[in-house]
Design a protein around this ligand. Structure first.
Ligand code: 8DG
Ligand code: CA
Ligand code: CA
Length: 541
């Protein structure tokens, strides 16, 4: 023994047969393990047969346990004793670890250990290993362009694990055996550590096809299959798309907008500008329904300084007040000349639709809120009047208390929850009229759009998502629309596989029993999920 000179181990006697416990302690001591007879701050590793933190804390008779300890199952000790040496634990022997990754304090050779689900790990915006992350994400993106969803996911998951490491990888052994880091990813990591780059990744980066795909993909309204078709038709640049009039008949209106306003829409939105857009919307709302609460979600809430759009969640502290609000808001924004284009969805947030989610793919992000996905015309000089961020509004909302838990779907009976009251007839009429009005604004031809975008204008086109959320569903929606996408995916898979519950942006549901768990804070969402709370800035998987 022992590589584990830095380990100070305390073995909890609870739940283990007394005789077995005594034998294990005696042989571990004989083999030189630094075993202590009581728990203290010195302890680095707890060994136990208990399987829950609360039981462990009870057994230790401490509330404020030093949570920096790594908790290992007694299987680790058994294995080491059998092998005659103390080696680092393998993933299945680890019960809980904090910080997320364990870096060797001595040789730099030992493995890190990460938790199985990304939603259990802290993943900050800035990685300690940016080159490796970027390489794995390039491989993932390339797989996506080639319609290879399995490879896309595999590389994305590996990138997510590396992003969560709290140390710079110096030796490939530190990441060998890590959950979700497969053979292929390991080879790439090894090349980068040892050679400074990976030939496979370099080849992709130097491939013009990859760049064209990236450029076309970044056009609003364009997906990989359309991008591929264009490349096959010898179209290589955005200018080619404008000049090749033979292709124009195959463009839909969204593509026409995306191409015309390519420059505006592909200039990153700064956080300050996004907050200013949020405030502009808030001012308009005051005229319709005072007291609404708006929160800038998406990447900005995760700490990004800029992003491709502004994701704005909108609610009212009184449940039900939000019904029919979106068409009124859009009508007013349109009258103020702030709307260039958009798609409005309304009237689907009801128990019937939510129950249909049962059959949807596990990681599906689709929700049924009233929402507008669109492009606004924002004054170039728009400044945020007060630079208020979200947090005060969130505290105000957290004080709202929520009690109801049943989703009622029987015909003829409406849920007590006002959010599920069907949209009133006059709201439906108004929504229809507004949709018509907005659609008629969208009738501009491609030529007209190109002319509009190229003239000297005082505004910029900005992608904005406005999502209207009943307050009882707000904190689930906030988690969903804060993201990121991979964090959400992991939360949903975890919740289905481990808890047997369906997590969506509307709530956490037991769809068989027709019940849901309310939450009036993000902390409560995590509590309901039996997960340790992860700050929004640590959800950048
Ligand atoms: P960026 O805009 O800064 O580039 O990144 P982002 O803010 O992380 O990405 P996003 O594409 O704007 O998505 C924000 C979050 O919203 C993301 O975690 C996924 C989540 N989301 C939902 N529902 C939907 C939906 O219907 N469409 C999209 N695109 N995103 C959704 O919860
Ligand atoms: Ca966003
Ligand atoms: Ca968005």
């Amino acid at each position: 023994m022992s590589e584990q000179t830095s380990y100070v181990v305390y073995f909890l006697p609870q739940k283990i047969q007394k005789r077995r416990y005594e034998v294990m302690i005696a042989s571990a001591k004989k083999k030189g393990l630094n075993l202590v007879s009581s728990f203290s701050d010195r302890v680095t590793h707890l060994v136990t047969d208990l399987d829950k933190w609360e039981n462990i804390e009870k057994a230790l008779q401490e509330k404020n346990t030093n949570r920096d300890v790594t908790v290992l199952k007694s299987e680790w000790l058994s294995r080491c004793l059998k092998e005659g040496k103390f080696s680092d634990p393998i993933n299945s022997e680890v019960l809980q670890i904090r910080p997320v990754a364990l870096e060797s304090q001595d040789s730099g050779k030992k493995e890190a250990i990460v938790k199985e689900y990304a939603c259990m790990r802290k993943t900050p915006l800035k990685s300690k290993n940016p080159d490796i992350v970027s390489a794995l994400e390039t491989l993932s993106e390339n797989a996506f362009f080639h319609d290879d969803e399995a490879r896309r996911l595999a590389f994305q998951k590996a990138a997510g694990v590396i992003k969560s490491l709290n140390f710079k990888i110096k030796n490939i052994n530190q990441v060998k055996g890590l959950h979700d880091v497969g053979k292929h990813s390991l080879e790439v990591i090894k090349d980068i550590i040892e050679e400074g780059s990976s030939i496979e990744v370099e080849n992709i980066i130097n491939d013009p096809w990859f760049h064209q795909m990236k450029a076309f993909q970044s056009i609003y309204g364009v997906g990989p299959s359309k991008a591929k078709k264009w490349i096959a038709q010898n179209v290589f640049t955005i200018d080619d798309l404008i000049e090749r009039t033979d292709l124009h008949s195959s463009f839909d209106h969204r593509m026409e907008l995306g191409i015309s306003f390519y420059k505006d829409l592909n200039t990153q939105v700064t956080k300050q500008h996004a907050l200013a857009i949020k405030n502009l919307i808030q001012q308009h709302l005051e005229e319709i329904l005072p007291g609404c609460i708006l929160v800038l979600a998406g990447g900005f809430r995760r700490g990004k300084a800029s992003g491709h759009d502004a994701d704005i969640l909108l609610t009212h502290p009184i449940e039900g007040k939000e019904i029919g609000l979106l068409p009124k808001l859009l009508n007013l924004l349109s009258d103020s000349g702030l709307v260039l284009h958009g798609t409005m969805e309304t009237g689907h947030n009801n128990p019937q639709t939510i129950m249909k989610d049962k059959g949807k793919p596990l990681a599906s992000n689709v929700d049924h809120f009233d929402k507008w996905i669109g492009i606004m015309k924002i004054d170039k000089n728009l400044k945020d009047l007060d630079s208020s961020d979200n947090e005060n509004d969130l505290i105000q909302l957290e004080q709202n208390s929520l009690t109801e838990t049943s989703i009622e779907t029987k015909k003829g009976r409406l849920s007590k929850k006002r959010s599920f009251v069907q949209t009133l007839d006059n709201n439906e009429d108004f929504a229809r009229d507004t949709k018509k009005k907005l659609a008629s604004n969208s009738k501009m031809s491609f030529e007209q759009l190109l002319a509009l975008s190229s003239k000297d204008k005082q505004w910029v086109a900005r992608r904005v998502d406005i999502i209207v959320v009943p307050v009882s569903q707000f904190f689930y929606a906030l988690v969903g629309w804060t993201g990121n996408k991979w964090f959400n995916r992991s939360l949903r898979l975890y919740s289905q596989r481990v808890l047997g519950l369906k997590l969506t942006s509307h709530g956490l549901f037991d769809l068989n029993r027709g019940t849901s768990l309310p939450a009036n804070s993000e902390h409560q969402v995590f509590d309901n999920l039996k997960l340790e709370y992860i700050e929004p800035t640590d959800r950048n998987c």
